[in-house]
Design a protein around this ligand. Structure first.
Ligand code: SF4
Length: 319
């Protein structure tokens, strides 16, 4: 696998008025990898995903930026080289056009093919994601599809033009357990088939463990820990990652959402000068309340914690 950066995010800052919701985030997404963005609600991960797609309102990006193969015009690349699988499939599909027509229109707008050829590609794409009797179903409207089928149609839409990156924002939240697995499998297959990288925004650590190569754990608009999934989830070095893992149940049904750690994340705009996690962190010491930690390299990962070097197993602190 090439380690060349496909998407490059540098010191990204997104603010709404005085409230900074993404606070200096840097990471790369590599060719064909599955890169997970994980964190509690309000961590800024969906906003980061929107920034990757050039969907943040003009003026809200107050610093840094995103480049896709060197291009900073993400809005122009959206739908072509970078595509979205949103949480709510209905929002991605027009209710007034048959699904096949919508897919064919997406193909024509990007590739300029004939109507007949675009139609054939649309039906083939629906067939590939497991829509039964795809030629007939292509003529149906989104409301005639089940929830799982709609989400698969949206995956077909997001991959039909063979993009470089697919961004999936909580793609299975609205589905039941069985359909979640199905949709994630289809997403993984299609990503593989078109050779795209996948940015997977999720609350679900099990999904990260099963599907992602690398993970960025976000807290209060910043990176707490970034690195290979096996390292970060196998042996976390940031207390926040450790706290998330420690609150997973050891047995019983698999956890589908992040559990609540004691306390709650700070409201954006209500941050003090120190580490944003300090009020909830059992390892906090004096400097944690005074200065925000910078990310630094530990093994193959980056960890933003003043005590990253002296804590070999922060998980123990949450036992
Ligand atoms: S910097 Fe301090 S408060 Fe923040 S995570 Fe590390 S130990 Fe906890």
């Amino acid at each position: 696998m090439s380690h060349e950066a496909l998407l490059s995010v540098r010191d990204l800052r997104v603010a709404f008025g005085p409230v900074e919701a993404v606070r200096g985030l840097s990471f790369d997404v590599r060719e064909r990898e599955v890169f997970a963005l994980v964190g509690e609600s309000g961590a800024g991960k969906s906003l980061t995903a929107r920034a990757l797609l050039g969907m943040v309102p003009r003026g809200a990006t107050t610093g840094g930026g995103v480049r896709l193969r060197g291009s900073a015009d993400l809005a122009a690349e959206r739908g072509r080289r970078i595509t979205l699988v949103p949480q709510d499939a209905l929002s991605a599909l027009s209710p007034v056009h048959p699904v096949g027509d919508q897919l064919a229109a997406a193909v024509r707008s990007v590739r300029g093919l004939s109507r007949g050829r675009a139609r054939a590609l649309a039906v083939a794409a629906l067939d590939r994601v497991g829509i039964p009797d795809a030629a007939r179903r292509a003529r149906a409207y989104p409301h005639e599809y089940s929830g799982g089928m709609r989400q698969r149609a949206v995956i077909a839409m997001a991959t039909v033009n063979e993009p470089d990156v697919v961004v999936a924002d909580e793609p299975t939240t609205a589905l039941d357990e069985e359909r979640r697995e199905q949709v994630l499998r289809v997403l993984a297959e299609q990503r593989e088939a078109v050779g795209a990288a996948l940015v997977l925004v999720t609350h679900d650590l099990e999904v990260v463990r099963e599907h992602a190569d690398r993970v960025l754990v976000m807290y209060a608009g910043r990176a707490a820990e970034l690195g290979p999934v096996r390292q970060v989830l196998g042996r976390p070095r940031a207390p926040y990652t450790a706290g998330l893992l420690a609150s997973l149940p050891q047995d019983g049904p698999r956890l589908r959402r992040l559990p609540a750690l004691p306390g709650s994340p700070p409201a954006p705009g209500a941050l003090g000068p120190g580490c944003a996690f300090a009020p909830r962190c059992p390892l906090a010491t004096g400097p944690c309340h005074d200065r925000e930690p910078e990310a630094r390299a530990v093994d193959d990962r980056l960890v933003a914690c003043h005590h990253a070097d002296d804590l070999s197993d922060p998980l123990r602190e949450f036992a």
